[in-house]
Design a protein around this ligand. Structure first.
Ligand code: NDP
Length: 298
């Protein structure tokens, strides 16, 4: 590649998908001074970005033809496929690079990469782990995977999004695998929090009253993730200080209190059930993370 085309590669980018996240990504590229071309299925979502200097393409094929690198960020891979897998778009992408920052499953990422390879399209997959407000700031977190060389080539443009960028390896399902695992933590924690607010309210405790202590509970988790990672990987589940038998007793109190108020305790019943299953298999003296190993047995 000539230095002139290398320069234009690194100074232009296309964003497909202008939901809240796509708009944030395009906005950060613009702020970084990149020539940014944008397109969205529903017209009109590019208005503010065009006002800030983005080029509003009339079609997805026109958009991808404008840059060597296209970043895709739509609701899921059904939507991404609906955009990318049209002949005109696939043809225009030939020899160019797609970085797919859409969230979906590892298998969908693998399927997308196979499709891209079959159409001469260079493909990287990725996941965004922080909200739109972080994009363009040091707080943004991006995970990437796919060919290391290709990642290195486009890293200067991706850096315009701010934050930290981590290349997790060449296996194309890896960013989605991290995304799924991390969102598993997030959504089960949020479900627990929503449930806790309902139970607290039934007991006459407001969310504002609970908040300082809820933050304290949240703060217990990060060190626990670090301490138990080795246990999970090495298969040694010390229950010293907090065995599963003690954990299920505490969980049962939550179930009883919820149900006494007529509040569904399904999420906690499911968690308690997992713990009881591990105890039933003889692991009552082990720590809570034994559950991961028991679940993994199927
Ligand atoms: P959405 O997840 O709601 O995605 C909206 C975008 O998807 C719009 O551009 C919409 O186009 C497009 N879309 C939906 N269906 C189709 C379709 N069938 N064909 C073409 N385009 C379609 O909003 P976000 O922008 O917030 O999220 C985009 C991605 O970023 C998601 O995968 C999300 O999980 C991820 N993400 C979002 C975060 C956030 O804070 N918002 C945080 C981290 C990751 P149209 O306008 O035409 O409907």
């Amino acid at each position: 590649m000539s230095s002139a085309s290398m320069h234009s590669e690194q100074s232009s980018v296309t964003v497909l998908g202008l939901g809240p996240m796509g708009r944030a990504l395009a906005g950060a590229f613009l702020d970084a001074g990149l020539r940014t071309t944008v397109w969205n299925r529903t017209p009109g979502r590019d208005r503010e970005l065009v006002g800030r200097g983005a080029v509003g393409a009339r079609s997805a094929e026109e958009a991808v033809a404008a840059s060597g690198l296209t970043v895709v960020c739509v609701v899921n891979y059904d939507a991404a496929d609906a955009i990318l897998r049209r002949d005109a778009v696939a043809g225009a992408l030939k020899g160019r690079t797609v970085v797919n920052l859409t969230a979906d499953t590892p298998n969908r990422a693998r399927d997308a990469a196979d499709w891209a390879a079959g159409h001469g399209i260079r493909y990287l997959d990725g996941a965004i782990m922080t909200p739109t407000t972080t994009i363009g700031t040091p707080a943004a977190v991006f995970l990437h995977c796919g060919p290391a060389e290709l990642y290195r080539e486009h890293r200067p443009v991706l850096d315009a999004l701010g934050g930290t960028h981590t290349h997790l390896g060449e296996e194309i399902g890896r960013a989605a695998a991290y995304d799924i695992a991390l969102l598993d933590i997030f959504w089960t924690a949020m479900a627990g929090y929503a449930h806790a607010l309902a139970v607290a309210r039934a007991e006459g405790v407001t969310a504002r009253e609970l908040a300082p202590f809820a933050k304290g509970i949240g703060a217990i988790l990060p060190p626990l993730f670090e301490e138990t990672a080795a246990e999970a990987d090495d298969g040694s589940f010390s229950g010293e200080g907090n065995p599963l038998t003690s954990a299920v007793s505490s969980m049962a109190h939550i179930v009883h209190t919820s149900e006494a108020h007529g509040i569904d305790a399904g999420v906690m019943r499911a968690a308690e059930g997992m713990a009881r299953r591990a105890i039933g298999r003889g692991h009552g003296a082990d720590g809570f993370i034994r559950i991961a190993e028991v679940l993994g047995r199927g």
